[in-house]
Design a protein around this ligand. Structure first.
Ligand SMILES: Nc1ncnc2c1ncn2[C@@H]1O[C@H](COP(=O)(O)OP(=O)(O)O)[C@@H](O)[C@H]1O
Ligand SMILES: O=P(O)(O)O[C@H]1O[C@H](CO)[C@@H](O[C@H]2O[C@H](CO)[C@@H](O)[C@H](O)[C@H]2O)[C@H](O)[C@H]1O
Length: 486
């Protein structure tokens, strides 16, 4: 609901009928101009954000000092009213500047209250001491069922509030008043589950353009492909750049589904059935999704020069990762051989087929349902890559390599060096590749050079990912690095 009244004591006011606050316009990252109310907001938030952001799993700039903030957009979706005891809801797009240069744009949904109920204690950012939020407690709004419910209502009703545009997929019915709960899965983004019927993914790091998670799952659902949860509604920021930036997607929640990762671990740990049938079906599901994507989006044939560029990009990523993670450095030259082989294959052969793909396929991105079998989620691609790159056609074997790496992860999650783990992973690789080929995909085992290059690239990415986010898990991709470098 657009707000026109004063949201907070102090200077920040929603003084436009469309709900955008003064200084809440979106001037673009090149020329941010938060204006007086934006500056007032930031004065109170600055110290809270400096302490809170680096603690968030989705914050990509861990380990680098935050040097400043630029407010790109501030929209008040609900005013905080102390007399009525109602919380406020602020939507912010914020450039976070860090040592070493550059800035990343993050989306924040902040609740404001005079007094935070104990149940929301875990969502606390802190109390603002100055600026337009002075005296108010600031917290993560998505944890507050009332505020998360308000966001659902905006998605249901659609329309504009300042730079925010809410849209619904025609023909989809989203009931009002579904109870909200924050998803426990702390990943690259934040998700809210509504009544076990829908899940809203709120993207955290925002880039201009349509997020492939929306673009791809919408195209697949519209084509009738049953292997993705259909998007029901989404919201975007207009005016950041030339293109709208996707901020969040509401999609069907697959209630009662099981995550591939959990099922695989049960099998590895001996608590569940052998996984090979599931791996074979997963290979078939992946091939079906690749088939549907090849129909829905343009395809390309990468020539020798383009394959050479792929190999160069892989080599660059390897060199960057080896500089950041010293354990990787001794293997770098031998690993780079896989990329040289790929470039030579490009010279010799008739190129590589490329199309839209999942882009970050692993066992945490597949859900097994009673009715539909395997369903693929999270088509966002590797969050660390630029959006433009993630939206480009890629060889589909990249997804295969991602899943094969994931079998290796599951197998080695307890003991990276165990021979039984290696044998388990080998069985799943074979089953997955056989299922992929049976369902119409090209047997990945017959593309050994390309597969090895992509597995190496993924293992290198994982080394960097684990070193940054989960250092205890670093031995898992390092075991793969040793093997791939041999
Ligand atoms: N449509 C869905 N139905 C059921 N659970 C889902 C759905 N989408 C996501 N999830 C759950 O939420 C987790 C995180 O979702 P994901 O899209 O991978 O988010 P992120 O981009 O933050 O990694 C998944 O691993 C899965 O457990
Ligand atoms: O799910 P996200 O899009 O956030 O993907 C990132 O995090 C993943 C971990 O949660 C990471 O995946 C790696 O660990 C998985 C086990 O936790 C394993 O199944 C994957 O094979 C492995 O790559 C992913 O790489 C990262 O982009």
């Amino acid at each position: 609901m657009p707000q026109t009244s004063s949201p907070h004591r102090g200077t920040a006011r929603a003084d436009r009928a469309d709900g955008a606050m003064t200084g809440g316009r979106v001037p673009g990252p090149a020329a941010p101009d938060p204006g007086p109310d934006g500056a007032g907001l930031l004065r109170g938030l600055d110290p809270l954000l400096r302490a809170w952001l680096p603690e968030q799993r989705w914050f990509a700039g861990k380990g680098r000092e935050i040097t400043g903030f630029q407010l790109l957009s501030a929209v008040e979706l609900l005013p905080c009213d102390g007399r009525l005891g109602t919380p406020g809801l602020l939507h912010l797009l914020l450039d976070v500047e860090q040592a070493g240069g550059g800035a990343d744009c993050y989306q924040l949904l902040l609740g404001t209250r005079e007094v935070l109920p104990p149940a929301l204690g875990g969502a606390l950012l802190g109390r603002a001491r100055e600026g337009s939020l002075a005296g108010l407690t600031v917290y993560e709004a998505l944890y507050d069922p009332k505020l998360a419910g308000l966001l659902l209502e905006r998605l249901r009703t659609g329309g504009r509030t300042g730079p925010l545009r809410f849209s619904a997929e025609p023909g989809t019915v989203v009931p009002a008043g579904l109870p909200a709960r924050m998803s426990g899965a702390e990943q690259s983004n934040s998700s809210v589950i509504y009544g076990d019927a829908f899940i809203l993914k709120v993207f955290r790091r925002i880039s201009a353009g349509t997020n492939p998670d929306l673009e791809v799952s919408l195209a697949l659902a519209r084509s009738g492909c049953p292997r993705v949860p259909a998007p029901a509604a989404w919201f975007e920021a207009l005016g950041l750049h030339d293109e709208p930036a996707t901020l969040g997607v509401l999609q069907r929640f697959l209630h009662g589904s099981s995550e591939g990762w959990a099922l695989a671990l049960e099998s590895v740990d001996g608590d569940g059935p052998e996984f090979t049938d599931a791996a074979r079906e997963l290979g078939a599901a992946t091939a079906q999704v690749h088939g549907a994507l090849a129909e829905a989006f343009p395809r390309e044939r990468l020539d020798a020069a383009q394959v050479g560029l792929l190999a160069t990009a892989m080599t660059d990523r390897l060199r960057t990762a080896a500089r950041a993670v010293p354990q990787l450095a001794p293997y770098a030259d031998r690993l780079a051989g896989a990329y040289t082989d790929l470039a030579e294959l490009g010279e010799r052969g008739d190129g590589l087929g490329a199309q839209r793909i999942h882009g970050d396929l692993h066992l945490g991105q597949v859900l097994r349902t009673e009715d539909a079998g395997w369903v693929l989620i999270d088509f966002e691609g590797e969050p660390s890559r630029p959006l433009s790159e993630r939206r480009r056609p890629q060889p589909p074997i990249q997804d295969v390599a991602g899943m094969l790496r994931s079998f290796d992860y599951a197998a080695r999650h307890r003991d990276p060096g165990s021979p039984a783990a290696a044998a388990w992973a080998e069985r799943q690789r074979d089953a997955f590749c056989a299922g992929y080929a049976d369902a119409g995909g090209r047997d990945p085992r017959r593309a050994a050079v390309t597969l090895r290059a992509y597995e190496t690239d993924k293992a290198v990415y994982e080394v960097l990912y684990e070193a940054r986010h989960r250092p205890r898990w670093l031995p898992i991709p390092m075991a793969a690095v040793e093997r791939l470098a041999a």
